[in-house]
Design a protein around this ligand. Sequence first.
Ligand SMILES: [Zn+2]
Length: 440
Amino acid sequence: MTGAEMPGWRGLIDKAWELLREAPLCDNCLGRMFALLGRGWSNRERGDALKRAIVMMLHAAIREGDEEAKKAFLDLAPNIGRQAETLYEELTGSKLEPRPCVICGGDLEEFIRRVSTEAARLLRERCRVRSFLVAAHVEPAIRMAEEEFKQRFMLRYAESIGSEVKREVGKRVQASTGIPVDFDSPDALLEVHIPSGRVELKLMPLLIRGIYWKPARRVSQSAWITATGVKKYPFSVEEALAPLLRLYGGEELILHASGREDVDVRMLGTGRPFIVEVKRPTNRLTPLREAEERVNAWARRLVEVRLLGEARRRDVREIKEEKSRHVKVYRALVVSSEPVTAEDLARIEEEFRNRIVRQRTPRRVRHRRPDIVRERMVYAVKTRLLTPRCFEALVKCEGGLYVKELVDGDGGDTRPSFADVIKKELYCAELDVVAFEGIG
Ligand SMILES: [Zn+2]
């Protein structure tokens, strides 16, 4: 550039001057109006630089004997603050009384320092976490004041007070605690209220992916409490996971499973996938391996679990939707009213090869589930005669099929059924899930 004025330079100082003539602004709030200009500086540094430049320009004019510049400086000094202190005292012989910032109500730098100390204390003393993120809750009046400022003075390079507080507090808390910021899935959220300076610690739920087996019968999936407040079954999968609540210092535990088996049905073989959610965990540092051992020791083979890793919120939705897409293999122990022949079993195997079965919601659950008719595929059945009136059947079918009713026909509400096909009265005495697999 030769000879010409520096482009943009005068305009920038004019704008800062206009803003300060209008209202007092702390260094951070002034600097933030130009946050996108210059790299690697804080807004405090931007505001400080602009204020010093303005003071220097006015001082130059005052030294040239410009009385108007002196008047302008004396008017502006309380809105500028510390950068004008010494010159003000020299010119007037009295102490400058700065006005509080019109946006943040004081000095944002002091606010950030105070809030960072409190946030770091909460993170150190109230929980054991691996990461955190700062969120800002800005009072509407402040947001509106800032917005109005930006529009009126056409400040195209500004950022919001919330963004500045989030970034600055995050940097300082990370530096003082050694715990890193995580924008994606933090363990803890520090919510800063502006302008009160209140900091709230929010502990994000811990989600753990796992598989459970139920080698015992009469174990429900969730604790089943009757209308009279009595536990219907002595133990549940949910109760088996209870040690997690203590280990992770949580307040509540929720089991999200991919479907469920009946209370009297064992879950064997591949096991059933689940996600367990621990609400408000104060300690995220327990290793999964240790948690798994504690759960299994406590559940005493009524339930067994394997904990595979941490999950995201969207995995919970997926695991719940997944259940109907799965193929399951059941083992049923079937008892007959009269002797069963090898021909009977051969007919069952033949009839139920890729066969669609129509089922009305079984009578035994119709009082608590919607009464609908559903169609499910039975892919294959393999049988083995154990005694003249008792046989075992392996049933490979689509998830959601009621297998007990596939055996006995539910008084004609499931068609076709094993009982139908061989014209004998059948009863499913025992049922196990032996495999749980994706269709792929
Ligand atoms: Zn301010």
